[in-house]
Ligand binder design. Structure first.
Ligand SMILES: [Zn+2]
Length: 135
């Protein structure tokens, strides 16, 4: 059985993935993802609060994956991009609902809640956010 602590940790991570929750530093107005208790810009001086991103952003850079790690084989080829959210934070995520040929730097995207992968034998399905072209 999973420990109480492990379950709590899982749900915290789940809500971060589900709602695209990151952090905002009220001292220097820096946004970042995933959440952190220390501001990466002003360190311990910063006061951190949880922040839910709009999910809208632009593709900052990307790469097309043709040889996938285990569990992702059936998705190839697929695009993994660094998305710059409109608030300024960078998120690494898969881009879906388009062909790799349609993806370009600067393309507007929005987050969408999708299945991430299935764990082979256990049948466990992991969900999280991905990005799709903004219509
Ligand atoms: Zn800060």
């Amino acid at each position: 059985m999973p420990t109480e602590k492990a379950v709590a940790h899982h749900w915290r991570r789940f809500s971060e993935r589900y709602g695209l929750i990151g952090s905002r530093c009220t001292s220097c107005k820096h946004y970042f993802y995933p959440t952190s208790i220390i501001c990466p810009k002003c360190r311990r001086k910063g006061k951190i609060e949880e922040f839910k991103f709009s999910g809208k952003g632009n593709i900052f850079s990307y790469t097309t994956i043709r040889i996938a790690p285990e569990g992702f084989e059936k998705y190839t080829p697929y695009v993994v991009a660094i998305v710059e959210l409109e608030e300024g934070a960078m998120v690494v995520s898969q881009v879906v609902d388009c062909s790799p040929d349609d993806v370009s730097i600067g393309m507007p995207v929005e987050s969408t809640f999708r299945k991430i992968r299935e764990e082979g034998k256990s049948g466990l399905i992991l969900y999280g956010f991905k990005f799709r072209p903004l219509k």
